[in-house]
Design a protein around this ligand. Structure first.
Ligand SMILES: Cc1cc2nc3c(=O)[nH]c(=O)nc-3n(C[C@H](O)[C@H](O)[C@H](O)COP(=O)(O)O)c2cc1C
Length: 237
């Protein structure tokens, strides 16, 4: 997709001010913007189940050859309410929730295990769309984890053994030598699932679809779970 097709408007990028050498001072970014015109959402188009629209949008993100169409930002909070965010890859979704895999000793895993609620964001900027999901995460059972782990490329399986994710390390060489050591250790046969590796399923209690619109009049529809199904509200942009 060319910039003009995408209606990209970039004013004054790189126009340096008269003085100032601090980072951020010499870079003019306030004019970077574009008009969102690719689509719209109407109430009559909203299905009763948000997963139906989510699946359609995800398919469109894949078909549009976006980089990492399954990439999503996972937000959690620590015990003080300090928020943390990071990208992970969505690996499965259905009426039970949205699944990702990770190290079970990582910062995100510790925060989830301590009771943090979870928010997910799919930022499909080239399609002028985002989907925001909220819910509670629960750890996947070992069978589900094992079946996904077995499907990963061998070097990724070894990588899972190498990284004590989110811990402080002294240098990259620590990782490289551990990788070589593990590669040798698991030279033959099946690579076992590390006990510290697994996944979470985020059971969605709300799903919001955002489609950019002209003049910043974007379309937003929020699904919230109720006893009888899903409530659907249009939100102001
Ligand atoms: C595109 C992308 C995909 C990623 N996918 C995963 C993933 O599926 N699982 C994972 O644990 N980390 C993934 N990461 C790394 C995480 O963003 C993060 O650095 C890591 O999980 C540690 O996060 P934490 O210290 O907050 O727990 C990915 C990063 C990027 C940029």
């Amino acid at each position: 997709m060319s910039d003009s097709e995408n209606n990209q408007v970039i004013d004054k990028v790189g126009a340096a001010p008269a003085s100032g050498s601090e980072a951020g001072v010499a870079m003019e970014i306030s004019g970077i913007r574009r008009s969102y015109e690719r689509g719209s959402l109407r109430r009559e188009d909203m299905p009763g189940d948000p997963l139906i629209l989510f699946e359609k949008w995800l398919k469109e993100a894949v078909d549009a050859s976006l980089a990492d169409p399954t990439g999503m930002v996972v937000a959690t909070v620590d015990g003080q309410g300090m928020p943390f965010q990071r990208s992970v890859l969505l690996k499965k979704f259905d009426h039970r929730g949205f699944v990702f895999f990770t190290n079970l000793s990582s910062r995100k895993a510790r925060q989830i295990d301590a009771g943090s609620p979870v928010s997910l964001l799919f930022p499909w900027y080239p399609l002028e769309r985002q989907v925001h999901i909220q819910g509670r995460a629960s750890k996947l059972g070992s069978l589900e984890v094992m079946s996904y782990f077995a499907s990963r490329p061998r070097d990724s399986q070894i990588g899972a053994w190498v990284s004590h994710q989110s811990s402080v390390i002294s240098a990259r060489s620590v990782l490289e030598s551990k990788f070589a050591e593990m590669k040798e250790r698991f030279r033959e046969g099946r690579i076992p699932l590390p006990s510290f590796w697994g996944g979470y399923r985020v059971e969605h209690c709300s799903v919001e679809f955002w489609q950019g619109g002209r003049n910043r009049l974007h379309d937003r529809f929020l699904y919230t779970r109720s006893d009888s199904g899903w409530n659907i509200d249009r939100l102001a942009p």
